[in-house]
Ligand binder design. Sequence first.
Ligand code: FES
Length: 151
Amino acid sequence: MSAGSGCACRISRRRLIGAAGAAGAAALGAAACGSQDEGPEPYDALRGTVVAQTSEIPVGGGSVVIDGKLVVTQPKEGDFKAFSAVCTHAGCTVQEVETTVNCLCHGSRFDVATGEVRSGPANRPLEELSITVDGTDIVLDEKPPRGGQGS
Ligand code: FES
């Protein structure tokens, strides 16, 4: 199990509503949450690099790695998956992996094999990312061409 950061987006919006009014808060809040725009994702700088060792990822579960940027799971022995750690509900970083990937902000749980929602409030799966296992290294693949899978 690994711990990550809390939901900065939700807190920022509340504070901004009081300081800047609802319209300004919505614009600033959207800019603060990376999943709201087309900019680079937190894991993009990690593409082509080793993000975990196979020995670090428990069978039937997984770990939040690289300071909460990615979730790497091993649903069955030798079968590794990677997902964005950004919760699809409101943008928190998922904080722990047990038999599901758990977002503690509001309680969403995601399947360790597919990233699909097991329980809400999230209603969209975690973004799956393409990885390659090279010996004991788990490498986040380079970004596929525009229109390809995994981006
Ligand atoms: S942000 Fe994850 S459950 Fe709300």
